[in-house]
Write a protein that binds this ligand. Structure first.
Ligand SMILES: Nc1ncnc2c1ncn2[C@@H]1O[C@H](COP(=O)(O)OP(=O)(O)O)[C@@H](O)[C@H]1O
Ligand SMILES: [Mg+2]
Length: 364
């Protein structure tokens, strides 16, 4: 899978941008706040119909304009596919595959991306919500129905929260909500654990290579793996913490509260690992995500590297750049080309971006 062309109209600060991705590797070079991340964000958007930076799609419309458009040409299975997305200030969105109106689910299936940005380097230190988001995004690239399950779960959880806010709580209704939460929640946890088992295996191998001797493992809040056992675990937790939920007037049990614990040599990486160790771990996780998507869907995802190279030391940079050599389409943003070795730059296409306008660039 490959994106061959990208066109943006009134997307953030990009008034009218068109890019060709003829080579496997593309570098987008520009100073701060010129629009580098905006370009990667727009490609990511085509794969997820969500921005990693905002949950408000209208934020993506250029200030003062009333509509943005993203168009892309994709090569998949030796076939050319055309993607068109538009969104206006009336919240009307248009999705088209080859000029024909498409469902969000089909649209999201066309391209897969793995985005690696500086914020990811804080994955271990961030809030549990950041780790859940990472996990959920990665899983929804593999299982298209996962997103729908998440929204179903959220809907019931919000209803339950509203119920818990009442002066007198209808416990019969609460039990009905809890039953539904157990069913959808167990499903979500089941898929999360399945994904984590796989990523743990691959990431442990990669981690061992980058860090030479350190072992990596991870734990998820719910210790069970099978759907029946997860359901039983959730039911038990809901009984045990019923009073707490009453007191706090909110839903305290379930996948929306779970977290992942990362360990290096058996020790909690969040509390005790150095910044370098944490970065190695995140790098291993990201590259594993890429491998799993490739394995599960049969397509190499597009790797989007947003400003991360400068944040990594030489060993990690080399490991990352070496991993890219294996035929994965990669789009990289950076302030300059200094960090890249001549060998790497040989077959790279370079663009310069300045105030949202893009032009062909050179090695500097
Ligand atoms: N909706 C928008 N309309 C116009 N400009 C925007 C919009 N959203 C963000 N920007 C501008 O985009 C620039 C940041 O772009 P970004 O891609 O994050 O830069 P960088 O090159 O540092 O990655 C800022 O100048 C910001 O004001
Ligand atoms: Mg940026």
């Amino acid at each position: 899978m490959k994106i061959t062309k990208l066109g943006l109209k009134n997307y953030r600060n990009c008034t009218d941008v068109s890019l060709d991705f003829e080579t496997q590797k593309t570098l987008i070079i520009g100073k701060n706040a010129q629009g580098k991340t905006n370009i990667l964000e727009s490609i990511y958007f085509l794969s997820d119909l969500k921005s990693p930076r905002t949950s408000t799609v209208s934020d993506l419309i250029k200030f003062g304009e009333n509509k943005f458009e993203i168009n892309a040409a994709v090569e998949k299975n030796n076939t050319d596919i055309e993607l068109d997305f538009a969104y206006d200030t009336d919240k009307k969105r248009e999705l088209k595959i080859n000029g024909v109106k498409s469902s969000p689910r089909d649209f999201k299936q066309v391209i897969k991306t793995v985005l690696f940005c500086t914020k990811d380097l804080l994955l271990l230190r961030g809030a549990p919500q950041d780790r859940r988001d990472w996990l959920d995004r990665a899983i929804s690239q593999i299982y298209p129905a996962y997103d729908e399950r998440l929204s179903k779960y959220d809907k019931i959880r919000i209803q339950k929260n509203n119920l818990l806010k009442n002066e007198i709580i209808d416990e019969t209704l609460l039990d009905i909500y809890n039953e539904q939460l157990v069913i959808t929640g167990a499903n979500i946890i089941f898929l999360r654990k399945k994904f984590l088992k796989e990523i743990e295996k691959i990431a442990a191998r990669k981690h061992l290579i980058i860090s030479s001797a350190e072992e990596f493992s991870l734990n998820y809040t719910c210790p069970e793996d099978e759907i029946e056992n997860i359901s039983a675990y959730l039911k038990q937790e809901l009984i045990e913490r019923r009073r707490e939920e009453f007191a706090r007037r909110q839903s305290c049990v379930g996948p929306h509260r779970d977290d992942i614990e990362f360990k290096i040599n058996g020790i909690d990486a969040v509390k005790f690992a150095s910044q370098g160790q944490q970065r190695t771990l995140v790098l291993a996780l990201k590259l594993s995500e890429l491998e799993i998507i490739k394995e599960k869907t049969g397509y190499s995802p597009i790797l989007l590297l947003d400003d991360v190279l400068a944040e990594l030391d030489e060993t990690r940079q080399n490991y990352l750049l070496k991993s890219i050599e294996t035929g994965i389409q990669t789009i990289i943003t950076s302030v300059d080309t200094i960090l890249f070795e001549a060998e790497f730059l040989k077959d790279v296409k370079i663009y310069n971006i300045n105030n949202g306008a893009v032009e062909k660039g050179e090695i500097i």
